[in-house]
Design a protein around this ligand. Structure first.
Ligand code: ATP
Ligand code: PRP
Length: 210
């Protein structure tokens, strides 16, 4: 049996063609059913539906053999206890700093609101800048508007969310896409099944690129 941890929404939708290439078609729709463990058209594969940020934890502890989640989530969590064999190139966006359109460049000591505390700490430390980090769980864009922070670190795709809130992107921290991650023990114990799956996912990637 192989279990794959994945979040509902954009990653699930974009991962479906990869799963289908491996003959894995979920028999329920996670958007409309309340099940957290989904059967698939393969008797030996189940999907576990969890929050994107929980995927590394489930895979690290072996509660799932594999997972699909964003590089942002992986960098924030730490990846030393996981294998990350494949960039699926889906759910692509950028992790950026952003500030109010009228705000001056950051100098001296300043406040940054973000849910990516670890990445943000490392980023500003690498630049030798003094950032006080305020952890938020969502709606980061609000923070500069109400005086909670001087800037934010968040994901940007089209830029529409920033624009709608009178913010603008400033510095690119990194490009983000979703990755396949694998539990280290499962990679040994279920090697043939997992390597086959990785090859099938790679095939989908190559077909897309050609
Ligand atoms: P949760 O709902 O658990 O709090 P979330 O809101 O971050 O998490 P999603 O919005 O589905 O969940 O984002 C999951 C992942 O998709 C992110 O970690 C990131 O890698 C990617 N992502 C997020 N926003 C975008 C976007 N606008 N465009 C492309 N990819 C995105
Ligand atoms: C993500 C992210 C940004 C937005 C960026 O939010 O947190 O707010 O996308 O995309 P854009 O540049 O195309 O506007 P999401 O849509 O996932 O909503 P949520 O995380 O608040 O649920």
């Amino acid at each position: 049996m192989l279990t794959i941890a994945i979040s509902k929404g954009r990653i699930y939708e974009e991962a479906l063609p990869f799963l289908a290439e491996a003959g894995i078609i979920p028999t329920d729709n996670p958007e409309t059913c309340r099940k957290l463990i989904l059967d698939t058209t393969r008797d030996d594969v189940k999907l576990i539906i969890i929050r994107a940020t929980d995927v590394p934890t489930f895979v690290e502890y072996g509660a799932a053999d594999l997972g699909i989640t964003g590089k942002d989530v992986l960098l924030e969590h730490g990846t030393e206890n996981l294998y990350e064999p494949l960039d699926l190139n889906i759910a692509r966006c950028r992790l950026m700093t952003a500030a109010h359109q009228d705000a001056p460049p950051l100098t001296g000591r300043f406040r940054v609101a973000t849910k990516y505390v670890n990445i943000t700490e490392r980023y500003f430390a690498s630049l030798g800048m003094q950032a006080d980090i305020i952890k938020l769980y969502g709606s980061m864009e609000l923070a500069p508007l109400v005086g909670l922070a001087d800037c934010i670190v968040d994901l940007v795709e089209t830029g529409n969310t920033l624009k709608a809130n009178h913010l603008e992107p400033r510095e690119l921290i990194m490009h983000i896409s979703s990755r396949l991650v694998v539990n280290k023990a499962a990679m040994k114990m279920k090697n043939t099944a997992i390597v086959t799956l990785i090859k099938q996912f790679e095939h989908t990637l190559h077909t897309r690129n050609s």
